[in-house]
Write a protein that binds this ligand. Structure first.
Ligand SMILES: Cc1cc2nc3c(=O)[nH]c(=O)nc-3n(C[C@H](O)[C@H](O)[C@H](O)COP(=O)(O)OP(=O)(O)OC[C@H]3O[C@@H](n4cnc5c(N)ncnc54)[C@H](O)[C@@H]3O)c2cc1C
Length: 472
């Protein structure tokens, strides 16, 4: 019997467990145990229903072009539960000098691909538009070494595009800042484009020409689950061996003894400490927790893991009566939502109009907003009491949207140190982690600290970690 411990019951650990369950069902003599410190599985993936509205506390969807999440759904037999975003409503606004400005048509992330919308948009100044025109003639260039995403984007389009697009877009994905995030880790495709074409606009146009037309029209950009992301968690858990799941069990330390891994597990209160032995261990927690667990077994690996910074965030869901909302002068409620550049001096980073983004998220007579605060520039937001958070959100929504209606309900979710920051030098750090890990037989790592922060990346990391545990 081959014993494998999985530490962490977020989507990364659950994906690893599901892969091991599949192998077990195929007849392999494998036993896995999943340890989760909290009393629920899913980690940051959590859905609640409030007054007929479907609220995502953490991730609300995943990028459709990344296949591993849809693939997992197919294996679980729930592919019919996938829902695409309402791309007919896919408009995003950016707050510029206190006004919401629509992102111009043809903008691919921050790269303009259509002439007229780029010339006429009030999003960019005349100087930036000239710069974008010049960028079209940039010559191929291979960067040596890593640099920040901000430096890269500034090189192509100037500071204004960093401030109004790159920084808020990256804050939306990583909760981080363009000045610190590594271009090699977060925009690798753009680096390839630069090396081949020089101009990102020309490269993007060439890529769009080559893209095959999907038989049923373009794929929606985001995909979610009909009943919310927790549906995916529940579908995985339903397939696992119930005896293999230990919630409310915190792993406190890991050690090596006679070629085996010894795990020290405790109840959440730290009460009864138990030791168990395994042949393989998959650590699917944030990197700073993995560092603590590995401190005595491999201090050098623990040191590199600890160097990965994390940002914290707060999401706030607000439900409104549609009638009240319309009547209170909300200036903008079409599209998917808006982003707030840091230069606007607000605490809100972004707001999603949930009722527009996905079907059936709110009954017809309700509107559902979700706002984001925090990120690497505002870690203190986590300490603010609930009433004060609601006051800030209400003031800023009034300033931005003109919204004065009182919400029917609100929910606040705090995510402490949950988003790994892929800062400059990240890929070198991951290579070093990989090198040191390979020296520890039977250890695999999964989670959002290494090769992708999105849900599909985490699923892939779990599946790969299971394969590694079986192989080594
Ligand atoms: C607010 C928010 C919004 C997001 N939005 C999106 C989105 O829309 N789309 C997208 O693709 N991605 C999104 N992400 C990113 C994505 O959701 C995460 O990267 C991913 O879900 C992380 O999964 P995980 O299993 O690696 O980690 P986690 O979900 O953090 O799970 C780790 C688990 O380990 C457990 N644990 C910790 N220490 C121990 C221990 N000592 N012993 C046992 N268990 C332990 C924790 O309790 C936790 O359950 C979002 C993230 C956040 C926070």
């Amino acid at each position: 019997m081959f014993r494998i411990a999985i530490i962490g019951g977020g989507i990364s650990g659950l994906s690893a467990a599901f892969r091991l369950e599949q192998v077990r069902r195929e007849g392999a003599d494998v036993r896995y145990t999943l340890f989760e410190s909290s009393d629920r599985l899913g980690g940051v993936m959590r859905t609640e229903r409030v007054e007929g509205c479907l609220i995502e506390a953490g991730p609300d969807s995943f990028l459709s072009e990344k296949q591993s999440a849809a693939e997992l759904c197919r294996e679980l037999g729930i592919a019919d539960q996938l829902v695409g975003s309402n791309d007919a409503h896919r408009r995003t606004y950016i707050l510029v000098k206190g006004r919401l400005v629509e992102m111009p048509d043809g903008l691919q992330f921050m790269v303009p691909t259509k002439l007229w919308p780029t010339i006429t948009t009030p999003l960019f100044s005349f100087g930036t538009k000239l710069r974008m025109a010049r960028e079209f003639f940039a010559r191929p260039h291979t960067a040596n070494g890593d640099e920040s995403a901000a430096a890269f984007v500034e090189r192509h389009f100037g500071l204004e595009v960093v401030d109004r697009l790159a920084d808020p877009l990256l804050a939306g994905i990583y909760g981080g800042s363009a000045e610190r995030l590594s271009v090699r880790a977060v925009l690798p495709r753009f680096l390839d484009m630069e090396a081949r074409y020089g101009s990102l606009s020309r490269a993007m146009l060439a890529a769009m020409k080559k893209r095959p037309l999907a038989a049923n029209g373009p794929r929606p950009i985001f995909t979610s689950m009909k009943d919310g992301m927790q549906q995916l968690v529940e579908a995985v858990v339903a397939q696992l061996d119930p005896d293999a799941i230990r919630t409310g069990t915190r792993i406190q330390a890991l050690g090596r003894e006679d070629g085996e891994w010894v795990i020290a597990a405790a109840g959440v209160a730290g009460d009864v400490r138990r030791y168990e032995k395994f042949d393989r261990v998959i650590i699917a927690t944030p990197a700073y927790i993995a560092a603590g667990l590995l401190r005595s077994a491999e201090p050098r690996l623990a040191g590199v893991l600890e160097a990965t910074n994390y940002s914290s965030s707060v999401t706030v869901a607000l439900g409104y009566a549609a009638a009240g909302y319309d009547g209170r002068g909300a200036k903008q409620d079409d599209g998917f939502g808006f982003l707030v550049p840091r230069s606007e001096g607000k605490r809100l980073l972004a707001c999603t109009f949930v009722h527009n983004k996905f079907p059936h998220r709110a009954p017809d007579d309700r509107l559902l907003l979700r706002v984001f605060l925090g990120g690497s520039h505002d870690p203190d937001v986590l300490q603010i009491p609930d009433e004060e958070i609601l006051r800030i959100v209400s003031v800023e929504l009034r300033q931005i949207l003109g919204l004065t209606a009182e919400p029917l309900f609100s929910r606040i979710y705090r995510w402490e140190r949950s988003m790994a920051q892929y800062e400059v030098g990240h890929l070198e750090r991951v290579a070093e982690i990989e090198r040191l890990r390979a020296g520890l037989p039977g250890l695999a790592l999964a989670g959002n600290a290494y090769r992708g922060i999105g849900v599909p990346d985490c699923i892939k990391s779990g599946v790969d970690a299971a394969a590694e545990a079986l192989r080594s």
